[in-house]
Design a protein around this ligand. Structure first.
Ligand SMILES: Cc1cc2nc3c(=O)[nH]c(=O)nc-3n(C[C@H](O)[C@H](O)[C@H](O)COP(=O)(O)OP(=O)(O)OC[C@H]3O[C@@H](n4cnc5c(N)ncnc54)[C@H](O)[C@@H]3O)c2cc1C
Length: 374
């Protein structure tokens, strides 16, 4: 069996490892347009039961990769979820689902010792262990190049449909595989559109800002101010921690639909807004950098998998801001589909068929499926 994977980002990397561990021949084509520069968050503290299940299975996938590749892919992190009192009853139900997947959660009365400030009197703090991890994607990506038998091609692929078959074109060559898997993130919909079809996917710009702050060691999901804040998670943290400082990364869910390459930098309004909110929660911080990339959404803000245009073209995408949280479980579902011909039950809510032929030509970015209190 030969598979061609187009895109070596978060999903393509996991797919490549999983296929090759199962003895499937892989050709991975990657244009290298974007890759994570710091560990990504994997969190089971999500809103929907189906997503929580994916996050749980993704954790198993990461553990398999840690074992097989002999590298610590996951680094457990503590987190504090801050919610308005008004959403506590809803949160109680969600917290019981977190508990079922192994997260230990408790309400705490004060967050001062974690370097955080109370912003108003109607907020509740949920402290969690075993709910979150940092994922070392940099090492997973570096190891892809070293897998025996993986044909790694640096370049930009295009696809063409002919006679219900899909052809992959790269560097003036045509490649053939039993399956072609499109894992090109924000570029998925553009590639498919260029091949004459449409899919319910849109690219958008996702952004983050980096600050120097007092020492922070927990991830903070703040649904009062609608931001997240997290330590950078690189070695430099240790040196700064000795000085009582941290580099933290923060962002919010706000962004705009735009095609990759159209924008030149991080939006000034984004930086001003995030800086103001991070200061409200952490006190004095110094903005030291910012970064943007391109992410991808579906009309219902949940990921998609399934065949498109041809029985042997599989699409996996639409991960917006939580690809490292739920993506590996769907990557495993794709691997199972290719090997056994059927989708595992947990993947069914994400099949592309749920949209039928009925989706808008464009739509706004909604609330990300992992956000609480909406
Ligand atoms: C700053 C920032 C921070 C984030 N933090 C988190 C986090 O902490 N946790 C989390 O879960 N998510 C996070 N995300 C979101 C996460 O990065 C995405 O959900 C995830 O990358 C989606 O994975 P993907 O493989 O679908 O797309 P990508 O990771 O974008 O990978 C797509 C790859 O396809 C390649 N490609 C595109 N077109 C072609 C082509 N024609 N031929 C060959 N290759 C091609 C690109 O070079 C790219 O490498 C963050 C995003 C940003 C920008």
């Amino acid at each position: 069996m030969n598979v061609i994977i187009i895109g070596g980002g978060v999903i393509g990397t996991v797919l490549t490892h999983l296929f090759s561990l199962r003895g499937v021949n892989v050709t991975l084509i990657n244009s290298g347009l974007q890759k994570p520069r710091f560990p990504l968050i994997h969190s089971k503290l999500l809103r929907f039961p189906e997503d929580i299940r994916l996050a749980r299975i993704s954790e198993d996938v990461y553990m398999e990769l840690s074992r097989e590749l002999r590298v610590d892919v996951l680094r457990p992190m503590e987190s504090i979820t801050i919610i308005p009192e008004a959403c506590y009853n809803d949160a109680l139900h969600i917290m019981s689902m977190w508990y079922e997947v192994g997260a230990k959660v408790r309400v705490i009365s004060d967050v001062h010792e974690y370097g955080l400030k109370r912003v108003n009197d109607q907020e509740i703090y949920i402290f969690s262990t075993n709910g979150d991890n940092f994922v070392n994607y940099l090492s997973l990506m570096n190891r892809v190049h070293k897998i025996d038998g993986v044909n790694y091609i640096n370049g930009t692929a295009t696809i063409k449909f002919s006679d219900h078959d899909v052809r992959v074109l790269i560097n003036d060559n045509e490649l053939k595989g039993d399956y072609v898997i499109l894992a090109s993130g924000a570029w998925n919909s553009i590639m498919i559109r260029n091949a004459g079809l449409n899919v319910p996917l849109l690219p958008y710009k996702c952004q983050a800002a980096a600050f120097i702050s007092r020492g922070i060691s927990t991830i903070v999901y703040d649904y009062v101010l609608n931001i997240y804040v997290r330590p950078l998670g690189l070695r430099i943290d240790n040196a700064l921690n000795k000085l009582g400082l941290s580099i933290i990364v923060g962002g919010d869910g706000n962004s705009k639909v735009t095609e990759p390459g159209r924008d030149r930098g991080v939006d000034r309004e984004f930086l001003n807004e995030v800086r103001g909110k991070v200061r409200a929660r952490l006190g004095r911080v110094l903005l030291i950098g910012s970064r943007f990339g391109y992410c991808e959404i579906t009309p219902d803000m949940r990921p998609v998998v399934g065949t498109v245009g041809s029985e042997n073209l599989l699409l996996i995408g639409g991960f917006n801001g939580y690809g490292a949280e739920v993506g590996p479980a769907l990557a495993l579902a794709v691997v199972n589909y290719v090997i056994s011909g059927s989708w595992p039950d947990y993947a069914r809510p994400y099949l592309i068929d749920r949209f039928g032929n009925n989706w808008p030509s464009t739509w706004d970015i909604g609330v990300e499926a992992h956000e609480l209190c909406v």
